[in-house]
Design a protein around this ligand. Sequence first.
Ligand code: PGA
Ligand code: ZN
Length: 420
Amino acid sequence: MAAVIEDIIARKVFNNRGEETIEVDVITAQGFGRVAAPAGKSRGKAEVVYYPTGGVDQAIKKVDDLIAPEIVGLNADCQEEIDKTLHEIDGSKDFRSIGGNTAYAISLACAEAAANSNGLLLFQYLGGHIAHELPYPLGNTISGGQHAGGRSPDIQEFLVISHGADTFLEAASANVQVHKRIGEILSKKDKLFSGGRSDEGAWVANIGNAEAFEVLAKACEEKSGELGFKCGIGIDLASSSLWSAKEKKYDYTRENQKRDSGEQLEYVLELAKKYHLAYVEDPFHEEDFGSFAELSKKIKNCLVCGDDLFTTNSERLNRGVKMHSGNAIIIKVNQVGTLSDAWETIELALRNGYAPVMSHRSGDTCDWHIAQLAVAFKCPVIKAGVVEGARTAKMNELIRIEEFLGDRAKMADLEMLKEV
Ligand code: PGA
Ligand code: ZN
């Protein structure tokens, strides 16, 4: 059914950090789509620019003055045409003129309006009949690095992925239990532990990297035993923020230790072996495709994922594919701006055996669309936290999708992790 766009309304709202962000409504005669954009803190250098000079206010003005006149009247089903128009209006390579987050909110809100106009959920509209696989939730339990600061670990994220679960609900529930157990262990360990949590809802504690691993491993082991399936461990080293280009070393300030690229490789391999890591994100800084390739060759049964390395950008992924750097890619649609750009990267990933990992941003809202995108685009993993409002919004949407699919629902195939 044709879904002609009748109006576009942009407004200023807030994310979970209290930062201003853009929200867009796309209205058709038969339907409606509303999307709010997220924001990163440990951003990759190759990401698009979020807003034009003048911030969200200026972005809204651009929607009213430049974008709405071009997009109103188009069919919301014509995603490529809409996204191409956004690029044309912007005219730059990195959306600096209209803002990548402006493009993101419009692009995705058009898709949602098209789905809604056709009486479909977004995952059905984009993924068709074959979309029936649920991703494994991967979520942050202990925060460090740029997300926590102070006396917290150097490694940015200590993650849980309950990859042994049979259903999404079981997996999400296991992640919640692991997160809760970690809180209990931390309270026992440190009388001064305040129960503080980061933007992503992960615990912020005065512990080192090694201690964080021990706490997470203990919680995962206990819960795996209780539940009868594997609750695995992952990490995001966000290595670009540890890397000192001047010294050519990764600087672990909390540990008072520096590691060159070779030592970093050995360190990650050691951790993978000791903690049976199922997932390692950004183990090297964002230009070191070579070390990513070396690690991918040496590590077994583990997702080696590029976030800052690829920034959801197909050209950068192409470079990675050629060099065999990693075997998974973080998909943050607002790193590239539009749904069509992200889809091009996801397709390239799927064709080349890279697992696309749909992801939230540390600054996020209760917008749940990435949950629908994960199912639509066959992402075997979704990284969207464990607790905290913006994270729960995505988890709960996937619980609804699983219920909606009924008997057809199936967990994604994560063959590689069966041996972990
Ligand atoms: P973000 O980072 O703060 O840029 O969202 C999260 C991540 O590194 O995965
Ligand atoms: Zn990351």
